[in-house]
Design a protein around this ligand. Structure first.
Ligand SMILES: [Zn+2]
Length: 165
């Protein structure tokens, strides 16, 4: 009888472990909306939406979305950037962008592999960097730039910069 109790207890503990593992994966970490390009979670304010023939896909930031456009020429019917001021989608071609400001939306919580030649930390290449954010008007882009640094770019200029990096 003793052994039977032990086996029942172990079976119960095993079942609890399975259930808690399942809960950990499925309940405490709900499936998040992830970037189509880099698999990072999407953030309000910087999401970049791609209208493809197969439907809509979201990228975590304009930089990721533009990478996709460059790598899949012709696949994207229309692209929408999020106006950081209002959180609303705006046509990507008419948006104004700030590249390289000091807020890194996509990578804030990420850990980086770092090389340390002569003690200097060098960040690994990251496709979301330098940061790229969008605004509906040039004035708002300029106001952001004056607070956070970086460079104001048109859509064409931003595309050229993404292509080059
Ligand atoms: Zn991404």
């Amino acid at each position: 009888m003793k052994w039977k109790d032990v086996i029942i207890t172990l079976a119960a503990l095993g079942a609890m472990a399975v259930v808690s593992l399942w809960a950990y994966r499925h309940v405490t970490r709900p499936p998040q909306d992830l970037c189509r390009v880099c698999d990072r979670p999407l953030h309000g304010g910087v999401t970049y939406r791609l209208e493809l023939r197969a439907g809509k896909e979201d990228a975590c930031c304009p930089r990721c979305g533009m990478h996709y456009q460059i790598e899949h020429p012709g696949a994207v019917k229309k692209a929408w950037a999020t106006d950081l001021s209002t959180g609303k989608f705006i046509p990507a071609e008419s948006a104004f962008y700030v590249e390289g400001g000091d807020i890194e939306y996509c990578t804030r919580h990420a850990t980086f592999l770092q090389h340390e030649p002569q003690g200097a930390k060098v960040r690994e290449y990251d496709r979301c960097l330098p940061s790229l954010v969008a605004f509906r008007t040039a004035q708002e882009a300029e106001a952001y730039r004056s607070q956070h640094g970086g460079t104001v770019l048109s859509y064409q200029q931003a595309m050229e910069r993404v292509k080059a990096l």
